[in-house]
Design a protein around this ligand. Structure first.
Ligand SMILES: C[C@H](NC(=O)[C@@H](N)CCCCN)C(=O)O
Length: 471
């Protein structure tokens, strides 16, 4: 009788972790691009005339096509039907196209006497043509990055199920957070290299995206080999091939109560994070009287904190569980941070104020480790693996709605709470309290959903509080 070998590449820890590093690098460069303009809001206002409302609308455009053209929904189906290699490469190409358009839009090549410029200048004139075209580019890029995000989540499940899955997801997110931290340092640096200019950092990040494309391409070679090993193994074991996504699975997802609670928690929690990231530098400049570079560097401790803790908490979840509890604590901490920035009487140049600001940013970093480390590995506990790609894509879709809406809300709240005459009386310093209260309220609602999730888990035993690694 032939001896069946159960060994595939995923049994080799070196190959498994190499696969992870390759896909994580793609996300590292993608996350850098996402936030390349976040530390430059003030410069965009001074140089390009982008008011907070324009900037908020531009920031939210990243999610527009995912939400309103349901791109993420189709991305999930493409992923489940066409597989990781096709979807991952497609997502990288989409990101590059979107990034290229955004770069062109803010460059000097796009200006008056250009037909497209004149066309975009012919309506909604308070929204500059460069901001309009940059938003189109960012919306296309947003399709790519979200598609890449679900592809990477599915890739990790493929290589790490029954192994260190939460640790792997934590490490992938840590590498992405490092990208955010790095861009909060290098973006003001490149912008101020010579005459201040927002184009330089965007051009650099476009080049880095090409490297991300290459690392994903290398990963596809490993993925192909693993698939051929898996199909040989299934034939030897006489296993039925997996069925893949069916439209009826969508109904199963949308009627899965605990999955919907998780998706709502996700949207509320992340609404207090990514949109905040877009305004944080400006908020710190205004609340503490810091320069752009200092505010941006202070804020970078948030992704750095998350980067250090997320893999550790992923490891903890693998070994000890307590996923639902982590979601609750993470939501409480996001509330604490945003309330601090809303109500603490910060004084310019005061060391206590700086200490409080640093502490609040670190607290946010801890929160942003607890929730993602527990949230994403919890999805495979709640749904069938045949439509896992779609399950991730629907959560991302619901989340993207919040990520689209909140920068707009915050932009409007900032404009309304800082009318021109008040702004002039305050020497141009924006009052951020109402905006921060909006962010803080998201934390409270996320916490309530976390408590509900924990109660459902206790009742039905989804295993959210259980460790992932089965010994
Ligand atoms: C893994 C998770 N990713 C997401 O939530 C993405 N849908 C959003 C990426 C947005 C980048 N602006 C995470 O990063 O925690």
């Amino acid at each position: 009788m032939n001896k069946i070998s159960h060994e595939t590449m995923r049994e080799s820890s070196v190959l498994r972790w190499s696969a992870l590093i390759l896909v994580a690098l793609t996300m590292f460069f993608a996350y850098m691009f996402v936030d390349v303009l976040s530390p430059l809001q003030t410069l965009l206002e001074q140089q390009k005339g982008w008011t907070p409302e324009v900037y908020g609308t531009f920031a939210s455009s990243e999610y527009f096509l995912n939400v309103f053209v349901f791109f993420l929904f189709f991305a999930g189906i493409i992923l489940d039907k066409m597989g990781i290699r096709f979807t991952g490469l497609l997502s990288c190409i989409i990101m590059l196209i979107g990034a290229g358009i955004k770069l062109y839009a803010i460059s000097d090549w796009f200006g008056a006497d250009n037909a497209l410029y004149d066309l975009l200048n012919s309506f909604a004139v308070s929204f500059p043509p460069a901001a309009k075209l940059a938003s189109v580019g960012f919306a296309i890029f947003g399709c790519g990055i979200e598609m890449a995000g679900i592809t990477v989540s599915k890739t990790i499940v493929k290589w790490f199920t029954g192994k260190e899955m939460a640790l792997a997801m934590g490490l992938e997110m840590a590498i992405a957070r490092l990208g955010v931290a790095v861009v909060f340092w290098i973006s003001p640096y490149f912008a101020n290299l010579g005459t201040p200019d927002v184009v330089r950092p965007v051009a650099v990040c476009c080049l880095l995206l090409c490297i991300g494309f290459l690392t994903f391409f290398v990963y596809t070679l490993m993925d192909k080999k693993l698939d051929s090993q898996d199909s040989t193994l299934s034939k030897e074991l006489d296993e039925e091939p997996e069925e893949g996504f069916k439209m009826s699975d969508l109904g199963k997802l949308l009627t899965n109560k605990v999955y919907i609670i998780t998706a709502l928690l996700c949207v509320l929690y992340y609404a207090a994070i990514f949109p905040f990231q877009k305004f944080a530098t400006s908020m710190l400049e205004n609340r503490l009287g810091l320069s752009t570079t200092d505010a941006s560097q202070l804020f970078s401790w948030f992704p750095i904190g998350a980067m250090i803790l997320t893999p550790l908490l992923g490891w903890f979840l693998d070994k000890k569980g307590k996923g639902a509890t982590m979601l609750i604590f993470g939501s409480i901490l996001v509330f604490v941070c945003h309330m601090t920035f809303a109500i603490y009487p910060f004084v310019e140049g005061d060391s206590n104020s700086l200490l409080v600001a640093y502490s609040a940013i670190i607290v946010l970093g801890v929160s942003f480790s607890l929730v993602p480390a527990a949230l994403w590995p919890s999805i495979p506990h709640l749904v069938d693996k045949t439509y896992l790609g779609s399950a991730y894509s629907i959560v991302f879709l619901i989340q993207n709605f919040g990520l689209w809406l909140f920068p707009i809300i915050i932009g409007v709240v900032l404009d309304k709470s800082n009318p021109a005459e008040v702004l002039i009386a305050n020497n141009g310093v924006y009052n951020y309290t109402p905006a921060m209260l909006v962010f803080a309220s998201c934390g409270i609602f996320a916490c309530i959903l976390g408590l509900w999730l924990k109660a459902e888990d206790k009742k039905h035993g989804y295993g959210l509080e259980e460790p992932n690694v089965k010994s």
